[in-house]
Design a protein around this ligand. Structure first.
Ligand SMILES: Nc1ncnc2c1ncn2[C@@H]1O[C@H](COP(=O)(O)OP(=O)(O)OP(=O)(O)O)[C@@H](O)[C@H]1O
Ligand SMILES: [Mg+2]
Length: 401
């Protein structure tokens, strides 16, 4: 019986040519409408090939979410490594997501592991690690290009590292320069929290990624459909429909997910191509990928507090919940999961972080922490869906509620 289901599924004509190529982590060979940025990066880093280890470059990239910052830099990294290999220059590209590696220690270990896979993990301070990395690069004559993606997560936590990395080799004129850095942030204002000297180093070279226009979004999806779907699986009109939906937010990830879902719906209906109805159905239960990403990397404590807020919003139909109400719900969740509750001030910080991550809008109405009335709204995602996602993630972390 089960075999029949598989047989049927396997024999069914698929809409996909290569499903993988719609995945948000896939790095396509071409990036329509990012050539200007790619060639700017190449010009800036050309010196790494013409005068190896003579200059180190520090660049900052900014631009809104989902407009190709990460993928363009990764694509550029591949190009640079290829060009360096051809010329027998040792350059290593190391891409670090600071949302995942939130301390200098973690970032440095990641760098070290990428150049020397045998390195034992424990027992070193960040300063030690920095020196070990520097020595290793000198002994093996390597230059590294470290990309600190989503750098804003490190800025408030660990400014020292950014300072050390940007200043490294600065006072050693005439010595080989081993480190280049590309920092990526969405919002340029977050770098204002850095000290003046780091700020001035980073501000020297800023590349701003502009939002895509409607026509550009169309070209991108036309291309992504071309490499991942069979011919005629999606018409230009429908790509236009997707582009219009994407242009509201500008996040290409949303569109990739939408297109993938629409294809799955079409396949389920035994269709050879997507219809507008498939796209409409696909939009109905979409969660922005960026949201999902951030949720997946949150600590259990922070997730539980978010769940407490959502529970309260569900109970209070008018969307207005007080800190005290949230707290009650939070303490019950902590008891159920046997987690030790966090302090008021820590929870207050969580609220500020959610706000920054755009999970909730908070409007305050009174002054003392406990009595504070906050008008909390959850944008974008239907509340029940939001709750289910958080529960699923907690479940995957072994926390049953
Ligand atoms: N010009 C393009 N051509 C093809 N695909 C693209 C293009 N620009 C972006 N994409 C795709 O869109 C998705 C989002 O891009 P990316 O991850 O680079 O966004 P980002 O600017 O780094 O966003 P965030 O600030 O949220 O990290 C990726 O899957 C990427 O492959
Ligand atoms: Mg990114």
């Amino acid at each position: 019986m089960n075999m029949d289901i598989f047989d049927n599924l396997l024999n069914k004509a698929s809409i996909f040519k290569d499903e993988r190529k719609l995945d948000i982590n896939f790095i396509p060979k071409k990036l329509p409408h990012r050539n200007k940025e790619l060639s700017l990066l190449s010009q800036l880093f050309l010196t790494l090939l013409t005068n190896p280890n003579e200059i180190s470059r520090k660049i900052l990239i900014t631009g809104k979410t989902g407009i190709g910052k990460t993928v363009t830099v990764k694509n550029f990294g591949e190009m640079l490594i290829k060009a360096a290999k051809k010329r027998e220059i040792s350059i290593k590209y190391i891409h670090i997501n600071c949302r995942k590696e939130r301390t200098s220690y973690k970032v440095l270990i990641k760098i070290l592991r990428s150049i020397n896979t045998n390195f034992p993990k424990r027992g070193y301070s960040p300063q030690d690690l920095l020196e070990i990395i520097n020595d290793f690069l000198n002994i093996h004559n390597i230059h590294i290009l470290v990309v600190l993606d989503e750098l804003n997560y490190l800025i408030n936590n660990d400014n020292d590292l950014i300072y050390s990395l940007t200043r490294l080799n600065d006072d050693s004129f005439n010595l080989p320069q081993r480190f280049s850095i590309i920092g990526i942030v969405r919002d340029i204002s977050c770098i204002n929290n850095l000290d003046n000297s780091t700020l001035s180093t980073l501000q020297r070279n800023i590349i701003k990624f502009e939002n895509y226009t409607n026509e550009q979004i169309f070209d991108i999806f036309k291309y992504r459909a071309e490499i991942s779907l069979k011919r005629n699986a999606v018409s230009d009109e429908l790509i236009e429909m997707i582009s219009d939906l994407v242009s509201i937010k500008g996040d290409i990830r949303y569109g990739l997910n939408l297109l993938w879902k629409a294809c799955k719906i079409a396949e389920n209906k035994n269709l050879q191509s997507i219809t507008s109805e498939c796209i409409r159905l696909a939009t109905e239960d979409m969660v922005p990928f960026s949201t999902l990403d951030v949720l997946k990397d949150m600590t259990s404590q922070k997730l539980i507090f978010l769940l407490a807020i959502i529970n309260q919003i569900k109970n209070n139909k008018n969307n207005k919940v007080t800190f005290l109400e949230i707290l009650k719900s939070y303490l019950i969740l902590c008891e159920n999961t046997e987690l030790k509750p966090r302090s008021y001030s820590q929870l207050w910080n969580y609220l500020q972080e959610y706000k920054k991550e755009k999970f909730i809008f908070v409007k305050l109405e009174s002054k003392s922490i406990k009595g504070r009335k906050a008008l909390i709204e959850v944008p974008d995602i239907p509340i029940v869906k939001f709750e289910n996602i958080i529960r699923e993630i907690l479940d995957s972390k072994g926390l049953k509620i």
